[in-house]
Design a protein around this ligand. Structure first.
Ligand code: GTR
Length: 387
């Protein structure tokens, strides 16, 4: 039988459902002035901006909205890639601010089979660059480009290291020290996750200009730390028409107040450079956090949201992640009164798709694999009505 607790970084890690403390989530549909949100106008005009502000202030930091200029340069163009099935474009997306620049290298395959602009999945790649190999000499389930192309979607990726290296010693080298150095001196300044999400929006700027892409059908995808980032990117930038978050866990989809698996304290100790400095105040102090992660998911409404968990990934608190979706539902219901979800987690390998919400809990370990992509693609075909 599975261990009910563990030790990590000098702390107890809870894996026992019976030891989850009682908690009260911050209200999703009540404004800071105490007004109940009962329609989409109040949600969009008042409550949604309030919640974004709370996440900026307390978790991920502020995202700068301005920069001087952006330029796109195609560095490789192969109209008959993947034995003719796809058009490969590698694009250098360069962003300039006060005389300095950062370049995000985008890999993009679009399907050749169809003539109309394609929907696209954009992966925030937080693993090895070989996972998104443009030559296709290396193929990986983390980014199964051939399968996605054959399903009628384009597939794209950029690597987080172009933007903010995923390391506490040099995460500053990129967007932060080159373009927005003032962020580094602020307790509410964005750090690595903020920078990665910002970069996803710059890639979105490019995708809006590519005639092979349907700009209204861009799905942002991320796994784990990338999944935390896809949620934050999708929450802020409503041009993302769908958000996919795989095994995002603590400070992603999972409810912090459950303190199950990775807690705020543990993530701050190991990965403090992902979040703003204010987030440190909530280590062992979850109840004081004015948000919980269901409010992040709610910011995606009414757009399609697909989240996943894996059985062997208790560190990411699968149940807390599903409960987060359930608690985000009232925001979706402002748009779709009939939408409901089962209160209990679905069985393993039995995806739940209800209107704009998709979720599955699959066998296996912490990963983004072919099972995940296959279900996500099928869900997207329905959402984007491409089938
Ligand atoms: C873990 C971290 C998680 C998750 C994961 C990953 O070590 O504690 O929050 O981000 O890494 O990104 O794979």
């Amino acid at each position: 039988t599975a261990q009910k607790q563990d030790r990590f970084m000098g702390e107890t890690v809870n894996y026992d459902e019976d030891s989850v403390p009682p908690y009260v989530l911050p209200p999703l549909l009540k404004t800071l002035k105490g007004k109940t949100v009962s329609n989409t106008t109040t949600w969009e005009k008042v409550r949604r901006p309030e919640i974004i502000h709370l996440f900026e202030e307390n978790v991920y930091g502020y995202t700068p909205s301005a920069f001087d200029s952006i330029r796109y340069r195609v560095t490789n163009d192969e109209p008959a890639a993947m034995t003719g099935r796809a058009h490969l474009k590698e694009v250098a997306v360069s962003v300039w601010n006060r005389g300095k620049s950062v370049t995000i290298n985008l890999v993009l395959f679009t399907p050749n089979k169809q003539s109309r602009p394609a929907p696209v999945f954009l992966l925030i790649n937080n693993r090895g660059k070989r996972n998104t190999d443009p030559t296709r000499a290396v193929k990986s389930e983390f980014w199964p480009a051939e399968m996605v192309i054959d399903s009628g979607f384009a597939i794209a990726a950029f690597h987080v290291s172009d933007v903010a290296p995923d390391n506490k010693t040099n995460y500053q080298q990129g967007v932060l020290d080159q373009l927005f150095p003032e962020q580094l001196g602020r307790a509410d300044g964005m750090k690595a996750i903020g920078a990665w999400a910002w970069a996803a929006s710059r890639v979105m700027d490019y995708l809006q200009t590519d005639p092979a892409i349907n700009p209204k059908q861009v799905a942002i995808v991320g796994h784990s730390r990338g999944g935390k980032t896809s949620l934050w990117a999708g929450a802020q930038d409503q041009r993302f028409a769908m958000v996919v978050s795989s095994c995002s866990g603590s400070s992603g989809a999972s409810l912090a107040r459950r303190q199950y698996g990775e807690t705020i304290s543990l993530i701050n100790k190991q990965f403090g450079y992902w979040f703003n400095d204010n987030y440190k105040k909530y280590s062992h102090n979850e109840a004081a956090l004015p948000v919980d992660q269901h409010m992040l998911l709610a910011l995606i409404a009414p757009r399609p949201l697909y989240t996943t968990n894996a059985v062997e990934d208790r560190w990411a608190d699968p149940r807390g992640s599903y409960l987060s979706v359930v608690n985000a539902l009232p925001a979706y219901q402002l748009y779709d009164k009939k939408l409901t979800l089962p209160l209990e987690m679905p069985a393993t390998n039995k995806p739940v798709w209800k209107s704009a919400i998709g979720y599955h809990y699959r066998e296996g370990k912490h990963d983004l694999n072919l099972y995940d992509w296959t279900e996500v693609v099928r869900f997207a075909q329905i959402q984007f009505k491409t089938k």
